[in-house]
Design a protein around this ligand. Structure first.
Ligand SMILES: [Zn+2]
Length: 433
């Protein structure tokens, strides 16, 4: 092979890996919720890495701990937060402290919350009163990992970090926190965000596989509430608060509807410089949102406006689409778009028709046993549909649906196949129980 061809291939590979990180998006049970489509002035806020039982920094609230300060502030505005909590980081040793102001501020090999060697003051395990208060006051709790360990490798910034590695280990970690919330508080969690948004898990699995197995949605965010990066300024405390407030003020001035359906990222803990600008910045953000007529609700509540990123209540088929989601069917893509006016493929139809156990559990079991035929996300559902005679044996998952391909599945449409095969037409005429 000539050097040029090799180089060309390398460039192409690089472009694929870096410039187009997720070229193919498939229909999944686990949708990544970044924002939802709504014209209503309602938005959500997520608070990562808490709860935190240490005072704010600087301490401006007479020693009151950060999570209590955030809860006091939310309550004053009748706002509901989504607390993306951890379990405990006390077992993440041996480790060495990193330099403040760098991504290793909380530890070199692991993260430690609220801070290095202060693991006893944070997380759901150590802060039962805070957990109870969060639940009692109507906020949502989501799973940010029991030990906040990266699911898989991430080069550059977190190259030296320990990872959970296998899908089994990731599931074990998520289940530990899930069990704690159910057992101690009777609280069922329904969403999760991976530590540092690292999706990759060993052996080509991703956080989507783990979340599908857990029955979770992927909690993302569309707007950075800021304050977590250290400011370099004569008055860093004020500068970090300004970082939280000014971008939001500007966005609202440009377009008062900017935050409709958005999810704002916040931190329930120290920032990289061991300060807590959120303790003051949150109030200022809520003042801005309040003045613009916004209500801050949980992500769960936000999803009631619309489960989708691209289709809202004004769509004529919205109720039909929503019914399918309410029944727990896989109808949207992993980026939470519905894309109603594109053609539906056989693989997407299989995800709609097959039971979750076939599409998720059977497929993951085959993959973990090393059966590479099940690498495609639709393979479990396709196999099930073929066995049931709903799709012909030779059907390819990427092929568009046709009347011929669907001839064995008319019953699923009340005996009459749709006249066209856009995703809209198929989803609309699919018969639900
Ligand atoms: Zn985190």
């Amino acid at each position: 092979m000539s050097t040029f061809v090799r180089l060309g291939k390398k460039v192409k590979h690089f472009a694929k890996a870096v410039l187009l990180p997720e070229p193919k998006c498939s229909v999944t049970y686990c949708r990544r919720i970044e924002r939802v489509k709504t014209k209503e002035r309602v938005c959500a806020m997520t608070f990562d890495d808490g709860p935190m039982g240490l005072p704010t920094s600087p301490d401006l609230f007479d020693g009151r701990c950060l999570t209590d300060v955030l809860l006091d502030t939310l309550s004053e505005f009748n706002a509901k937060g989504t607390f993306d909590v951890i379990g405990i980081t006390a077992d993440n040793y041996p480790d060495a402290a990193g330099a403040p102001g760098t991504p290793a501020w909380g530890g070199t090999a692991y993260d430690h919350y609220p801070a290095f060697e202060k693991d006893g003051f944070g997380g759901a395990v150590n802060c039962p009163q805070l957990m109870e208060r969060i639940i009692r006051e109507g906020h949502q709790i989501t799973n940010h990992g029991y030990r906040h360990i990266l699911f898989g490798k991430k080069s550059f910034v977190y190259g030296k970090r320990h990872t959970l590695g296998s899908l089994d280990k990731v599931l074990e970690d998520l289940e530990a926190l899930d069990r704690l919330l159910r057992g101690q508080y009777g609280y069922p969690m329904t969403m999760s965000r991976p530590p540092h948004y690292v999706d990759r898990i060993d052996k080509n699995f991703t956080s989507y596989d783990a979340y599908e197995k857990m029955g979770y949605l992927y909690l993302a965010a569309s707007f950075d509430g800021a304050g977590w990066l250290p400011a370099k300024s004569a008055d860093p405390v004020q500068a970090e608060i300004d970082e939280m407030v000014e971008p939001m003020r500007k966005k609202l001035e440009e377009d008062p509807d900017f935050f409709c359906g958005q999810i704002i990222f916040q931190k329930d803990g120290y920032n990289m410089a061991l300060r807590t600008p959120v303790a003051v910045g949150l109030r200022k953000q809520l003042e801005l949102l309040d003045a613009a007529g916004y209500r801050v609700v949980t992500v769960q509540e936000l999803l009631k406006r619309s489960p989708f990123a691209d289709v809202g209540a004004e769509d004529p088929d919205f109720e039909a689409f929503r019914r399918l989601i309410d029944q727990g069917r896989a109808v949207a893509y992993s980026d939470n778009t519905l894309r109603p006016d594109t053609p539906m493929t056989c693989g997407e139809f299989a995800m709609l028709a097959a039971p979750r156990s076939a599409a998720v559990d059977d497929r993951l079991a085959k993959l973990q046993a090393g059966d590479r035929a099940y690498r495609s996300r639709y393979s479990g559902a396709m196999a099930w549909c073929k066995n049931q005679g709903l799709l012909p044996r030779q059907a390819k998952e990427s092929a568009p649906l046709t009347a011929e391909v669907l001839s064995g599945a008319a019953e699923l449409f009340g005996g009459t196949l749709p006249v066209e095969f856009t995703r809209r037409a198929v989803l609309r005429s699919y018969k639900t129980e």
